[in-house]
Write a protein that binds this ligand. Sequence first.
Ligand code: SAJ
Length: 425
Amino acid sequence: MSIAVVGLGYVGLPLACKFADNGEYVFGIDVNEEKVNTINKGILPFGEDEPGLIELFERVIKSGRLKATDDFSVCREVDAIFICTQTPIDEITKEPIYDALKNAVLNVGKNIKPGILVVVESTVAPYTMEKMVKPILEEASGLKVGKDLQLVHCPERIAPGVTLLHIETMHRVVGGNTKEGIERAIQYYRKIVKGDLDPTDWLTAEVVKTVENAERDLKIAFANEIAMACEAIGIDYSQVRKFVNKAPLRDLVFPGPGVGGHCIPKDPYLFIYALKGKFKPKLLLTARKVNEKMPEHVVELVKKALKKNKIQMKDAIVTILGYAYKENTDDTRNTPAEEVRKLLEKKVKEVRVHDPHVNTKFVEKDLIKCIQDADCLVLVTAHNEYKELSPEILTQHLRHKIIVDTRNFLPEMEGFTQICLGVGK
Ligand code: SAJ
């Protein structure tokens, strides 16, 4: 059997590898020619930190079971197609940007034969399958969804850092508009997924995915709000969280410098977008605003820490530790560190950024060079590497022993000004 996976990103490439490793011949389709060539040379284009991915990738490339191409005509030769293109939102309007998805669906539609199964893994706003994907597919192919071809929505549920584990273990909703389509999709996923494969309809599947991330965003916003309240009244949120979570059915999460990643910051907006004219949610928007304001709060903590040491912001050299949005990954999508960096650059003398996992032009790899003569460290991402930051090293290289810790990650250090998010003093 052969399949095609469209969109070889953080979701599509691991999915293509898992299918290739489990009996399928896979055409990985991507519009980025450079990425296609890199993959066919046996070089993993990203995600070296993903446990197991590089070994899996090299195995399936070597076996010839995964081939990358930018040619959609391969869709004529396969039995099933999985679309995993990104679905970002517009920074200003917060509405979905479906260009990549539309392009994928259109090109798939132009190159399919009757009997094909098309699965959309991309996260989409509710109603998108019915109102956008289906009509484009039918128009481009001249086929009828549910009759000549089957269309399913099985939203991805992976987290960077545990991608392969999540593909194997996460329960999935399989939304379709025919029993046949759902059953055929479940047959494919059963080859790589040990979790539940729960049949449902398109709309429910779309709502499940956007709501599960809206719920997480809400919980993080709640943690952030209570953490700022704890700062204001002079207690330690981490103690509050520890004791509250001893109560049944309680599950306070951790405060942070903001919410990054490819899904949590945007999926609530996808859900809100679909409700337009039907229902106006208040909580979800408020949660988004709380989380989007956290970088400003981090800068306030920097100002407070410097002021405690009679240092003017305009005279300070500040080093940001961690640029990835998630610890021990190289993923910088929607990272709050970028907002912290931009805000600080307007206020302090010099901003430096360190991250051992991220290869971006302004991100420094040499930690000592990055902290040398700095007046304040701001820990934004709790990479394991920062556990090695001893008081001795810091005392030797910092100009002032000041730390703003947005993850409550570093141990207390004698003689340092340490301000932790959520800890009032
Ligand atoms: N964050 C906090 N406090 C927390 C947890 C997270 O501030 O207690 C921040 C993180 O620092 C990060 C952002 O929120 O900036 C998102 O973190 P996340 O742990 O939710 O990780 P993601 O973005 O990888 O979320 C994905 C989601 N999976 C999919 O959309 C398929 C999410 O639904 C999962 O719960 C999460 O992975 C996971 O780790 O399981």
